[in-house]
Design a protein. Structure first.
Length: 321
């Protein structure tokens, strides 16, 4: 008698390190609705939000507490490996030891401001200052505004304690904030479409290895890469390091020490999900871009990032302080 598949009758939990309504949550739930169809035994996926410390609460749970049999996965901030090499507080994991399953969207990040702030460009920020940026406590919402301040010789005020991007966006609408320093472009299009259509938001700079022409085209003007504001070759390399996590935009990952056959199975199911017609139709309907990167490629990027040049890391760390 053939043995029943491991996942038959089981539930796979996806823990999202941010509150509901933002891009991390949206992509996790989109994947959860389809991925079980591509796993022998057809397990049920359940998404649970575990916000806190810029997703470090969820990352630490996944690394140290979650079951390691393939029934617990997570979605955490894309800057996770860079935060680790900076030695930021509260990290109780080694990013390279996570089992990276895949990333549905390779995506530049953007720094955005409100129309009422009068800060439509980096030049406006340099001339006037006055960024007040919301943050979940860690990651790009902290490091990017600090970097902008260093590059432009201004000072940004960072207001921490928001559970995720949706809460930051609401605070921007209420006028409590005028900035989100680190926002994924695809998530901005998916979750802030009405505000963009009304012209309520500006994109002042983008972060990534290369400029995404869709950002400039959508905004109706050139939106530069942050590397253009580097004051030296070394600083440009450090900024490239900060933007390198565009390849990890909305990652799906598991805890360390998962059985190799489960990692292989979950990666194959993820890849199949990314080409599933119903999945792609649902993504299109929701305005969510799909530009996937397989798990093995994500794993290699993370392993390389945690072994980054000490000189690049030191300068990048100085920029984000």
């Amino acid at each position: 008698m053939a043995q029943a598949p491991f996942y038959q009758g089981k539930t796979i939990q996806i823990v999202v390190g941010f509150g509901p309504g933002g891009g991390y949550d949206a992509y996790a739930r989109l994947i959860a609705r389809t991925m079980g169809n591509h796993i022998p035994g057809n397990p049920v996926f359940v998404v649970q939000n575990m916000p806190g410390a810029g997703s470090r609460v969820a990352a630490n749970w996944l690394y140290n507490i979650a079951p390691r049999d393939g029934t617990a996965l997570g979605t955490i901030v894309q800057s996770t490996p860079v935060d680790q090499v900076f030695g930021e507080p509260g990290i109780k994991f080694d990013a390279a030891r996570f089992a990276w399953i895949g990333n549905p969207i390779v995506d530049n990040l953007v720094s955005i401001t409100t129309r009422q702030s009068g800060l439509a460009t980096m030049e406006d920020v340099k001339a006037k200052g006055g960024l007040i940026c919301g943050s979940s406590g860690a990651g790009p919402t902290v490091s990017f505004p600090n970097t902008i301040s260093k590059l432009l010789g201004t000072k940004a005020q960072i207001v921490a304690g928001y559970p995720g991007v949706s809460a930051i966006t609401l605070a921007m609408e209420r006028g409590e904030l005028n900035c989100n320093g680190g926002q994924a472009w695809s998530s901005m299009k998916a979750t802030m479409a009405n505000l963009m259509k009304e012209g309520q938001l500006n994109v002042i700079v983008q972060w990534g290895a290369e400029a995404d022409p869709d950002i400039s085209q959508t905004m109706g003007r050139n939106v530069p890469l942050v590397q253009e504001y580097a004051r030296s070759g070394a600083e440009k390399a450090a900024l490239r390091l900060l933007g390198s996590t565009a390849a990890l935009s909305r990652p799906l990952l598991g805890p360390p020490d998962m059985p190799a056959e489960r990692i292989t199975l979950l990666r194959a199911a993820f890849d199949a999900t990314m080409t599933d017609a119903n999945f792609l139709a649902e993504a299109k309907k929701s305005g969510m871009d799909i530009k996937p990167l397989p798990g093995a490629a994500v794993q290699k990027i993370v392993e390389d990032l945690v072994k980054s040049s000490p000189a690049d890391v030191a300068l990048a760390a100085e920029l984000v302080k």
